[in-house]
Ligand binder design. Structure first.
Ligand SMILES: [Zn+2]
Length: 342
């Protein structure tokens, strides 16, 4: 426990330094947290992570036994549209382990890994979670209206109806997938540096403890979310909403367009605005990291209708020290919006 604040402080400092002097190619603010080999009972590993949503989790799990390089470490860009620099690609060379989100969210990272010889070990969160990317469910029914209630009722059907172009890639918003991926990362770290296996077990235990306040807030939200609805400008928050039982009332045409990263039709936008105006939506979840005039228009419609807006992001913002702190801040603002805040 005593090492973690120091490690995070080092990361924050290096991130700031890169932002300040990195020049034009540092928009993604690639950051590396350094291992402390004196505290590692096994081999120190080089780990590269595509996005900071997973990067912070990897750092906590690897502790002093890995140098962790996180490629996208900023909310100033949209990871969905990210084009890697040659420097980003070079960052993967020599990695012992690469951690990617998968589900076509960061395919550039998987592509970079495929070109390496030898290929490093890879943890792909989408593979760990067992979500499909190549083909979406056949015979997909329009069960959208019910999906928030039956989410988690059946693992295989969790994601149908969410996204007609594939699975929802925002896996780090699923408390379950975060746990499963963390376990896979710990297992891979232990395989690569077996003398440190006990150390990694301790780190995993510490991570479980660190996540507890987030789990507690989810439990609180389950009480507040019962019978309540949300609409979202983007699918980023849907896994968390499903986990707490908040019903997705995003008009279907808009949601399908957002899931496919295509433009909603004017009628979809009109339907969304009408839903905000008629009181059928209790909260608007707004992804501040997705650019566009349509989300801004919907935000304005929510504000004029008196529907509270909860801001969420794809990536861990600069001001947050950890994945858990970031998630907690967002969950507390949702609790406020649902009338459960202090
Ligand atoms: Zn997204």
């Amino acid at each position: 426990m005593s090492r973690r604040p120091t490690l995070l402080a080092v990361l924050a400092a290096s991130s700031l330094a890169l932002a300040a002097c990195g020049g034009g190619d540092a928009a993604n603010q690639t950051a590396t947290s350094e291992a402390d080999s004196a505290n590692c009972p096994g081999d120190v590993l080089d780990v590269v992570v595509s996005v900071n949503q997973w990067g912070d989790i990897v750092q906590q799990l690897a502790g002093d036994c890995a140098n962790v390089t996180t490629i996208i470490n900023s909310t100033a860009l949209d990871p969905h549209d990210y084009e890697p620099t040659t420097g980003d690609i070079a960052s993967f060379e020599g990695a012992d382990l690469v951690v990617v989100n998968g589900a076509d969210y960061d395919h550039w990272a998987s592509d970079a890994v495929a070109n390496l010889d030898p290929e490093p070990a890879v943890v792909d969160a989408a593979e760990v979670a067992g979500v499909e990317t190549e083909e979406h469910a056949e015979g997909e029914e329009h069960a959208d209206e019910e999906h928030a209630e039956d989410e988690h009722a059946d693992e295989d059907h969790d994601h149908e109806g969410h996204s007609h172009g594939g699975v929802n890639p925002h896996l780090w918003y699923s408390p379950e997938y975060v746990q499963e991926t963390a376990q896979a990362i710990t297992a891979e770290l232990s395989t690569l540096s077996p003398d440190a296996a006990d150390y990694f077990d301790e780190r995993a235990q510490a991570f479980t403890e660190a996540v507890q306040p987030y789990d507690d807030e989810l439990t609180t939200l389950e009480g507040l979310a019962a019978g309540r609805t949300y609409a979202a400008t983007e699918t980023v928050f849907d896994y968390t909403a499903a986990a707490i039982g908040l019903t997705d009332a995003t008009p279907e045409g808009y949601r399908d367009a957002a899931s496919n990263e295509s433009d909603p039709a004017p009628s979809d936008i009109a339907a969304f605005e009408a839903a905000l105006a008629d009181g059928s939506i209790d909260v608007l979840v707004y992804n501040t990291q997705t650019e566009g005039s349509v989300p801004e228009q919907l935000r304005a419609a929510a504000e004029s209708a008196g529907v509270p807006v909860v801001d969420v992001t794809e990536s861990v913002p600069d001001g947050e020290d950890s994945f858990v702190d970031w998630q907690l801040t967002q969950l507390q603002s949702l609790a406020d919006a649902l009338g459960g805040g202090q």
